[in-house]
Design a protein around this ligand. Structure first.
Ligand code: 5GP
Ligand code: ZN
Length: 146
């Protein structure tokens, strides 16, 4: 058990899991739960979370992470089948600079349709640049530094 499993503080997602706050659940088992986001970016926007309180990607147990991703696939299939989604984005933020606002590990499942947000695609392509092989190799060495 990780240190975070003994978490006793105030967390909105833990409150939803324990029924102290309302949640619209679409999946629950002994390890993970999925419920609809209260501020959907796209219709059907769903959050998949471990039932145990972990803060972020560095904290979450491998076992919970694997189960979260398995359920992310189940939810994605439901979106494609029943919400007429034509695509899916799976997103996660760790840390405030990355945009994390709720510090209970979660993955966003976003059902997408063609033309539903051209800005999203535009942002991706204007932010990114074609990297040189040298740049990529240098970064790989930095990443793998012991
Ligand atoms: P983050 O910004 O941490 O990646 O995502 C947190 C998400 O939790 C946001 O998309 C936000 O709309 C959602 N959220 C915050 N409070 C609640 C709540 O009380 N209920 C539900 N269902 N979602 C919430
Ligand atoms: Zn929590």
């Amino acid at each position: 058990m990780s240190e975070s499993s003994k978490y006793l503080g105030d967390c909105i997602f833990c409150r939803i899991l324990t029924g102290k706050e309302e949640g619209t659940f679409i999946y629950r088992n002994d390890k993970v739960s999925a419920f609809l986001d209260i501020h959907p970016l796209f219709e059907g926007h769903t959050l998949v979370i471990p039932n145990e309180h972990f803060v972020d990607i560095s904290d979450v147990s491998e076992e919970s992470l694997i189960e979260v991703m398995r359920v992310a696939k189940v939810i994605s299939s439901l979106m494609l089948k029943n919400l007429n989604a034509e695509g899916i984005n799976i997103m996660h933020s760790t840390g405030r600079p990355a945009g994390q606002t709720i510090h209970h590990f979660h993955v966003h499942i976003l059902p997408r349709k063609s033309g539903d947000d051209s800005e999203f695609q535009k942002w991706w392509f204007t932010r990114s640049h074609k990297a040189s092989r040298l740049e990529l190799n240098d970064l790989a060495s930095k990443l793998l530094k012991k």
